[in-house]
Design a protein around this ligand. Structure first.
Ligand SMILES: NC(=O)c1ccc[n+]([C@@H]2O[C@H](COP(=O)([O-])OP(=O)(O)OC[C@H]3O[C@@H](n4cnc5c(N)ncnc54)[C@H](OP(=O)(O)O)[C@@H]3O)[C@@H](O)[C@H]2O)c1
Length: 327
């Protein structure tokens, strides 16, 4: 079969399509014929050797996919031919991932493709939607009517957070550096959008929020944005630290943190157990039924284009970047 594989950690060019033997499913694993896989920044960190718990090369990354059960797990619940989505686990981190024509995946981390979903959406949504769900619901305890501020809102996690927060009844403020993407975020449900690089961003947020400043912040950027979020947060707000695209380190004003009684919480979608991920995914599917819009997918690449696909992910797409492994 064809798989994207790297033999040495380093630049993304190390990831190349190559012919490899079909994976042999172990106990509790199903063999899945992958139809679509989605890219995540974590795949790049893995190739670069910057991801904790990663397997040693040669290795195939890929944590998001939709496909069909080719060989069911022994005594499993999902029969041959079931269309499935991948919800996480060690696949693409410690065991070979889904950027391939086939993957052996523990059945507990698979869910049937939800009714009414296209296969492309089944590959695009799970990891980012589960991440956003953990930040909004499981850790963020979002209540309807709250103001949610989302940094890096045009990305995979960001768009998922915009869609889900809106469907859960929040007022949504979304940040992006691009005018065009801010317009698209409003179409996805953001009540107001802001330029993340505006010098007076904090003032703009204060004016737009009125007497309801952000009480929950989904923070995808890190670097200087953590302190900017502290300034924009209302009294007692929760700041969910999810990503670090703008920098690994932040300097924060501790006085403000104390004065506003803020809670800053790191969170990781990988902390979900299989049972928790299945429960969260059920919540996501039910919540999305209320909005009914298609999941944002930016571009679909062929298996011959690993470098182009990751370059596109780096360029700041709106929504997900997929690879079509059907051929
Ligand atoms: N904690 C977890 O469990 C978890 C799970 C999934 C992902 N993550 C992390 O969360 C972060 C976001 O992931 P993602 O998949 O949403 O990423 P993504 O799809 O690459 O998008 C993030 C968006 O952030 C903006 N951005 C990127 N670099 C920026 C910079 N230097 N300054 C300001 N804005 C910048 C871009 O939007 P504009 O160009 O529109 O501004 C980009 O579209 C990543 O660090 C990822 O590793 C964490």
């Amino acid at each position: 079969m064809l798989a994207w594989r790297f033999h040495q950690t380093g630049p993304i060019e190390n990831l190349q399509p190559e012919e490899v033997p079909l994976p042999e499913p172990g106990p509790g694993e199903a063999l899945v014929r992958i139809h679509y896989a989605a890219l995540n920044p974590a795949d790049r960190y893995l190739v670069q050797g910057q991801y904790p718990r990663a397997a040693k090369p040669p290795f195939t990354p890929g944590r998001d996919a939709c496909g069909v059960i080719e060989q069911p797990a022994a005594a499993g619940r999902l029969p041959k031919g079931t269309r499935v989505v991948l919800l996480g686990g060690d696949t693409g981190i410690a065991t070979p991932g889904a950027l391939a024509q086939y993957a052996a995946i523990p059945e507990q981390w698979l869910a049937p493709l939800p009714e009414g979903w296209r296969e492309e959406e089944g590959a695009a949504a799970p990891l980012v939607a589960l991440t956003a769900w953990q930040g909004l619901v499981d850790r963020g305890a979002l209540q309807p009517g709250e103001t949610v501020l989302i940094t890096g809102a045009s990305g995979g996690v960001g768009t998922a957070a915009v869609i889900l927060a809106k469907a859960l009844g929040a007022r949504v403020f979304a940040l992006s550096r691009s005018t065009e993407k801010r317009q698209q975020l409003e179409k996805l449900g953001a009540d107001a959008t802001f330029d993340s690089e505006a010098e007076d961003l904090e003032k703009q947020i204060k004016a737009a929020a009125g007497d309801q400043p952000p009480s929950l912040i989904i923070e995808n950027l890190g670097g200087p944005y953590l302190q900017r979020c502290i300034t924009m947060a209302g009294y007692g707000a929760r700041i969910m630290v999810i990503g670090l695209l703008a920098g690994l380190k932040s300097e924060v004003q501790i006085g403000l943190l104390i004065h506003k009684c803020l809670r800053i919480q790191g969170m990781s979608v990988s902390s979900y157990t299989a049972e928790e991920a299945q429960k969260a995914f059920k919540g996501i599917v039910e919540t999305l039924q209320k909005c009914g819009d298609p999941w944002p997918i930016d571009k679909i690449f062929t298996p011959a284009q690993p470098y182009e696909a990751f370059a596109h992910l780096d360029s700041g797409p709106l929504g997900k970047v997929l690879v079509d492994f059907r051929k």
